[in-house]
Design a protein around this ligand. Structure first.
Ligand SMILES: Nc1ncnc2c1ncn2[C@@H]1O[C@H](COP(=O)(O)OP(=O)(O)OP(=O)(O)O)[C@@H](O)[C@H]1O
Ligand SMILES: [Cu+]
Length: 785
């Protein structure tokens, strides 16, 4: 055996994951991670600075021969890379932490316990159950014994008056207790000792330490009373044993943890459910032959066949066949979605009735499912500012508690009451244990974020929640967010000599090169009327204004007033027609041909059916709703009125949308911006909360703090309500976690709190935190269609 120089673990030279040579010394590593860290800076880990004879080796660098495959990515150099333990939420150093690979992602753990819980939650739960059972049996037997003992004592006392029986030394009351409690202390309490040891080694004091210290003191004192009472500074008549104190405390805490675990297991279901969505196998067509392969081995570009009732292996695009796919597991959308050639399919969703083939476009960690899992996990592991504050308080709190405990003990002893001091010492340690504080935020986040994920609402973590709580204004982008973003041609008005059809032909030919929804609408409109489109040249798109170019030798200009005014054209003759269209909520665009105003083309977009209800719900929550658009004021006002929005910011250029948001923020508003992320990404990023809507399978690209997978405005309301509800839970949890400690601590210090009650209070505080969080699952948020 030799020692891994990075993490200090014992490794077998033959089975080590990597080897390196540095300064003539051989080193062996527990993991590729440790090896990689070593390679970056061998001298730092080799114990002493590189010895003088290191120059034998080229430039003193490490010679490395490694068992790691060459393709294995090497951990980035320098700086500690930290990760969060997904089970307990502790921050661990990636290089030294225990690690498990699952679904192409690495997970890091603080302890074997957490790792086991992650890998096999049921097994860990079972071992916990056994430990609780042992501890509880002890406690129950103890209670029975006490009752029995009193009874026996009473009987004995009566008997003694007639015929005294000499008491057997091995069957004193204390001895019985000793025999019963010892297994509780060391078997039931084993996890506290190991936990305390880990914490002490890391120079921290945690709850395991407090419990281990408290119960051990009670136990050892009792042992001393029982076996060598003469060493104790206690009067003979005060020599009581406190075995049951330690046994009951351990039993309570274990019971509390067991129930916590039970509830947590059910709550962390969101991520497990997502992981379970990954199908095992896929039918891939390779070299013209269909074969069944593990789903992970599908490569980008390969064709995959999907049968009815089968899960879709990875993200892709349908090439052949038709079907309806159930995407509810990812989007929360209960209706199956129709798929035809060209449609995108998402890995992990369920094919219903038809059969089809698709071409894989994304695999492994790039897939929507993998991204969603990552987002949900990161969010659940993130901690809000408020929890960081609580953590900092705990950092001072725990050492202070130990000091108070010692002071209480010394105080009572000085007053001549040693046993009372002992009980106060134990009670203070136990009541002050901050276990509930540590889980206050993670427990609520786990439930809140998980609940969101099930409805297709991805929240990027604690900070987003905090801001959602302070939210005052929600800004909606108009096109594609409040409207469907698929406008249709409605009006054609010709002013000059050109007939309407010719006007449309020129306009559409020009727009054929545009990707703007308005342009697409005009092209669709022309195709619909069977107009053949000539090719355009010199096409230029002017963002927020329109397009220009040359068609059939004519210079064509198409766009809003600003565009034509910029070209020195008078738009006054068109004003009446424009105003009429705009009053109807249509977007009217001016067409100029060869430098003369030729006519107008108007399109109208349909409103999303749920938009008005969503606006009403937000207004009802006391949130200011603003519509932001590049469209002209009159059109925007008409649409806003239909939706019940009173505030409109219109005629904004795409590049100034972000500035507009910044302006609102400068007014002291906490702003959420809702957009489809197409031309409003900078605005989404500028807002306090960016809400990207309708992301479907493109979760990866999104910059939003909240990502809505479905294209449903109602989800905006749900997301905000969920964020606020989660934040409320976090605050309530912190209250529940703190109240027992704050109230109990002084009482305990003055020796007025029985350590057993302290233990019960602590178990209760953790439990109330977990149960309170779990209740969030049932919260009704409405706004969901
Ligand atoms: N390709 C185009 N063809 C014709 N007009 C255009 C084109 N692009 C922009 N315009 C004109 O510029 C205006 C502003 O366009 P912009 O893309 O900024 O916003 P929008 O798509 O109308 O709305 P929103 O800001 O809600 O997304 C449009 O209303 C239109 O009058
Ligand atoms: Cu605790």
């Amino acid at each position: 055996m030799s020692t891994d120089p990075v993490c200090g673990m014992q490794v077998d030279e033959r089975t080590a994951a990597g080897h390196a040579e540095f300064a003539g010394q051989h080193y062996h590593f527990c993991s590729p991670h440790c090896l990689a860290k070593f390679q970056v800076d061998p001298a730092a880990y080799a114990g002493q600075p590189a010895p003088a004879h290191a120059h034998h080796h080229a430039h003193g660098a490490a010679h490395v021969h490694t068992a790691v495959p060459a393709a294995m990515p090497v951990a980035p150099p320098a700086g500690k890379e930290m990760a969060k333990d997904p089970i307990c939420g502790m921050v661990v150093d990636k290089a030294t932490a225990l690690k498990t690979e699952r679904a192409g992602r690495s997970y890091y753990f603080c302890s074997v316990g957490c790792q086991r819980t992650f890998e096999a939650p049921e097994a860990e739960l079972k071992s916990m159950r056994t430990r609780v059972a042992i501890a509880l049996t002890g406690v129950l037997a103890l209670a029975a014994l006490r009752a029995g003992a009193f009874l026996a004592l009473a009987t004995g006392a009566t008997l003694v008056t007639w015929a005294p029986i000499p008491a057997l030394p091995w069957f004193t009351w204390g001895m019985w207790l000793f025999l019963l409690v010892t297994p509780v202390q060391f078997i039931g309490g084993w996890s506290f000792y190991t936990g305390a040891w880990t914490a002490v080694r890391a120079r921290r004091i945690n709850m395991d330490f407090l419990i281990a210290l408290g119960t051990t003191v009670a136990y050892l004192y009792s042992v001393a009373v029982l076996f060598f009472p003469e060493v104790l500074p206690v009067k003979v008549e005060e020599r009581d044993v406190y075995f049951e104190v330690s046994a009951v405390i351990i039993a309570f805490v274990l019971l509390g943890r067991y129930m916590e675990e039970l509830i947590k297991k059910r709550s962390s279901a969101a991520v497990r459910k997502l992981l379970d969505l990954k199908p095992a196998t896929a039918h891939v067509v390779r070299d013209g032959v269909e074969m069944e392969v593990p789903a992970e081995s599908v490569m980008v570009g390969e064709t995959v066949r999907v049968r009815p009732g089968e899960k879709i292996a990875t993200d892709g695009e349908v090439t052949d066949g038709r079907s309806a796919v159930d995407e509810s597991m990812l989007t929360g959308e209960s209706m199956p979605v129709d798929k035809a050639p060209g449609s995108a399919v998402i890995g992990g969703t369920l094919n219903r009735s038809g059969a089809f083939a698709f071409r894989a476009t994304k695999v492994g960690a790039d897939t929507a499912l993998a991204q969603i899992i990552k987002l949900v996990e990161d969010a659940q592991a993130s901690s809000a500012q408020i929890q960081r504050l609580a953590d900092r308080v705990t950092g001072y709190f725990v050492p202070a508690v130990v000091a108070i405990a010692v002071a209480a003990f010394l105080g009572w002893w000085a007053l001549g009451n040693f046993p009372q001091g002992l009980l106060a010492f134990i009670a203070v340690l136990i009541i002050a244990c901050p276990c509930a504080l540590g889980i206050a935020t993670p427990a609520a986040l786990m439930v809140g974020v998980g609940k969101g994920a099930e409805a297709g609402i991805l929240i990027r973590g604690g900070e987003v929640l905090e801001r959602a709580e302070a939210l005052t204004t929600v800004v909606f982008d108009k096109t594609g967010t409040l409207t469907r973003g698929e406008p249709a041609l409605t009006d054609l008005v010709a002013f000059g000599a050109l007939p309407e059809d010719e006007l449309l032909r020129l306009a559409a030919a020009l727009e054929a090169g545009s990707e703007h929804p308005l342009g697409e609408a005009i092209v669709r409109g022309a195709r619909h009327r069977g107009i053949a489109l000539p090719a355009a040249s010199d096409f230029v798109a002017i963002p927020g204004q329109g397009v220009k170019g040359e068609v059939d030798g004519h210079a064509v200009l198409l766009g809003n007033r600003r565009l034509l005014a910029g070209a020195g054209l008078d738009t006054a003759p068109a004003e009446a027609a424009l105003a009429r269209c705009e009053a109807e909520g249509k977007t009217a665009m001016l067409v100029a041909v060869d430098g003369a105003l030729a006519g107008i083309v108007a399109v109208a977009d349909t409103l999303k059916p749920e938009a008005a209800a969503a606006v009403a719900a937000l207004t009802g929550e006391g949130v200011r709703v603003v519509m932001l658009t590049g469209d002209n004021r009159r059109t925007a006002d008409t649409i806003a009125r239909t939706l019940g929005i009173s505030e409109v910011i219109a005629e904004v250029l795409p590049e100034t949308k972000a500035q507009t948001i910044a302006g609102l923020k400068a007014q002291g508003q906490c702003v959420a911006m809702v957009g489809d992320g197409v031309n409003d990404a900078p605005a989404l990023a500028t807002a306090d909360i960016g809400i990207a809507i309708g992301s479907g399978s493109d979760v990866a690209k999104e910059t939003g703090g909240i990502i809505l997978i479905r294209d449903d405005v109602g989800d905006v309301v749900t997301a905000i309500r969920l964020s606020r509800a989660t934040m409320r839970k976090i605050k309530q949890n912190l209250f529940w976690a703190f109240i027992y400690n704050t109230v109990g601590l002084p009482v305990a210090a003055f020796g007025l709190l029985n350590p057993i009650i302290a233990a019960a209070a602590m178990a209760l505080s953790s439990l109330s935190v977990v149960v309170n969080s779990a209740l969030l699952k049932r919260a009704r948020l409405g706004g969901q269609s």
